[in-house]
Design a protein around this ligand. Structure first.
Ligand SMILES: Cc1cc2nc3c(=O)[nH]c(=O)nc-3n(C[C@H](O)[C@H](O)[C@H](O)COP(=O)(O)OP(=O)(O)OC[C@H]3O[C@@H](n4cnc5c(N)ncnc54)[C@H](O)[C@@H]3O)c2cc1C
Length: 505
């Protein structure tokens, strides 16, 4: 498609991990000899324009600035075939109706559920501010089955309340930059990770190993990422590729560079230990998402899902691969799918729901509503969970829905979009609480701190809990972990038309 993945201009000859034949830059992380390392440093900033260009070349019609608000179903019935979607243009306020034989949801995860921070960072976590669980809630309202919705995790980066959790010897971006203290004394943080497999910048390790040293006067704060201690080519590739090509940090790199920062000469301050830890009730919803089958089809006919929209999603390679797969399967389905017929009444109902906040000029604005929902999540579905807390949480969210949502107002299309996101966050929170109620066991590994069910053993954990709306009522079920059957046999059975092309020798 034109995304740059090779060092074709020979900018980084000699850098660790560069394969001179292919010109790939293999990340120096993980194993030193790169025998199993599949992580490449790429020119990430070239990807999105390339993707858009390719879509246009293929004749894909793109509706920019349109927030999809809801799915349309046959006869407007919950649980029926999906026949399209509605949208809101966040610049003009225009309402759009899409008719579709097949629909693929790919609105990613939800990174806004537990926190609102617009003043310090402009977002809540380092993910896109648009990731508010819209797709999951749309599918929920349409009657699709979801799973793992009870999983939540403490937020560990990018809230804007912390400058950063790593800088030097950290996770992906700075992984190979050694850390030193204020007197240039090297800190004992292994740049390739700790022996027990934790990331180099794991704050627990850093805290345990370094805090004592600082308190006893062995190390002096602040710490620095010691770029100049690295070979010149390594500091340059880390600064220009690993930081500048990861879109969120590009602006930081450019701002520092304009101000005169030169990684071959200057150290970069690290905020480790200067900043405290984030409270454990500031969380992200975890691995929940749409339940899918071998076609990446959801439990609703005509509805497919891809990327972080799926339960237990992983990062980029997972998202790209599932996107391609879901697209292929949806395209096959379209050939035999019946004509979509839209129920006008459902459209009118959605239009009324979407436009309600612009009928008012005072009351509650989206930020206040979002903050209230986030607080309810923190208090009642946070570090500790019990039946009582979860029921109080559901009651609180219901109160918000009944008392405050009718006061929600928006003065422009952008704020209207944020308001609709809030409505989705409200529904999402309820789903998480219902799913948490259904999972009656504690599991520390999964951060599910059910203190009223401390004994839950493997029999309670070794199954999925699925959740859906049926005739407006919440239904939960248990599903075996291996419901998808044998991966190899099924992949082959479901991809007869495809595997010949890519089958491994
Ligand atoms: C800073 C950063 C660094 C990362 N580093 C790596 C890395 O090194 N390696 C790696 O593998 N992964 C990395 N990831 C993760 C990876 O980028 C994501 O897992 C992946 O891009 C998710 O793909 P997706 O298609 O599911 O969702 P996204 O790429 O998030 O796309 C979802 C899209 O849906 C849109 N959307 C949301 N709601 C609506 C709605 N209602 N209507 C219409 N559109 C909507 C959003 O605007 C967005 O464009 C990183 C992510 C970030 C943020």
């Amino acid at each position: 498609m034109g995304g740059k993945i090779r060092d074709t201009d020979d900018e980084y000859i000699g850098v660790e991990g560069r394969d001179d034949a292919s010109k790939f830059l293999v990340s120096p992380r993980q194993n030193k000899d790169h025998s199993t390392n599949t992580v490449l440093r790429v020119w990430g900033s070239t990807f999105k324009p390339a993707l858009k260009k390719e879509c246009l070349r293929l004749g894909v019609k793109i509706f920019d600035r349109v927030m999809v608000t809801n799915l349309l179903t046959e006869d407007g019935r919950q649980g029926a075939k999906v026949v399209g979607a509605t949208g809101l243009n966040n610049r003009t306020g225009e309402f759009l109706i899409f008719k579709a034989k097949a629909t693929i949801l790919a609105t990613a995860g939800n990174y806004s559920q537990y926190l609102l921070n617009t003043e310090l960072a402009g977002y809540n976590t380092f993910r896109s501010r648009n990731s508010t669980g819209d797709g999951t809630v749309m599918a929920w309202r349409a009657g699709a089955e979801l799973t793992m919705m009870e999983s939540t995790f403490p937020i560990n980066l990018g809230t804007g309340f912390l400058h950063t959790w790593y800088a030097g010897a950290g996770d992906a971006s700075y992984e190979n930059v050694p850390l030193v203290d204020a007197n240039n004394k090297e800190l004992p943080i292994p740049t390739q990770g700790w022996k027990d497999g934790s990331m180099p910048g794991d704050w627990r390790k850093v805290r345990d190993v370094l805090r004592d040293g600082v308190l006893k006067g062995k190390y002096e704060l602040p710490f620095y990422g010691d770029f100049p201690a690295m070979p010149e080519i390594e500091s340059r590739v880390t600064w220009k590729m690993m930081l500048r090509e990861e879109s969120v940090s590009r602006i930081i790199v450019d701002t520092y560079s304009e101000a005169g920062f030169d990684p071959t000469k200057h150290q970069l301050i690290s905020y480790q230990l200067l900043e405290g830890q984030l409270p454990l009730h500031w969380r992200n919803v975890g691995k929940g998402g749409l339940l899918v089958d071998w076609e990446l089809k959801t439990t609703l006919e005509g509805l497919y899902a891809a990327g972080e929209q799926l339960f237990s999603a992983r990062d980029h390679s997972f998202c790209a691969a599932t996107g391609r797969y879901a697209g292929r399967k949806a395209a096959q389905y379209v050939r035999k799918a019946r004509k979509p017929v839209i129920a006008r009444e459902q459209v009118e109902q959605e239009k009324a729901r979407i436009y309600a906040p612009i009928k008012r000029t005072s009351g509650i604005e989206w930020k206040e509503l979002h903050a209230g929902i986030a607080r309810a999540m923190q208090y009642f579905c946070g570090q500790y969970i019990t039946d009582r807390l979860l029921n109080m949480g559901l009651q609180t969210l219901r109160e918000i829905e009944e008392e405050y949502v009718p006061k929600l107002f928006a003065l422009d299309p952008h704020k209207l979009m944020r308001s609709i996101e809030d409505l989705h966050l409200l529904a999402y929170g309820q789903i998480v609480m219902h799913a948490s109620l259904a999972r009656k066991a504690k599991n520390e590994l999964l951060n599910f701190n059910r203190i009223d069910y401390p004994e839950g053993g493997p029999q309670e954990w070794n199954q999925f809990i699925t959740i859906k709306l049926e005739d407006g009522k919440v239904k939960t079920k248990k599903l075996p972990l291996d419901y998808c059957g044998d991966p190899v046999k099924n992949y082959e059975a479901y991809n007869k038309d495809y595997q010949g092309v890519y089958r491994r020798k």
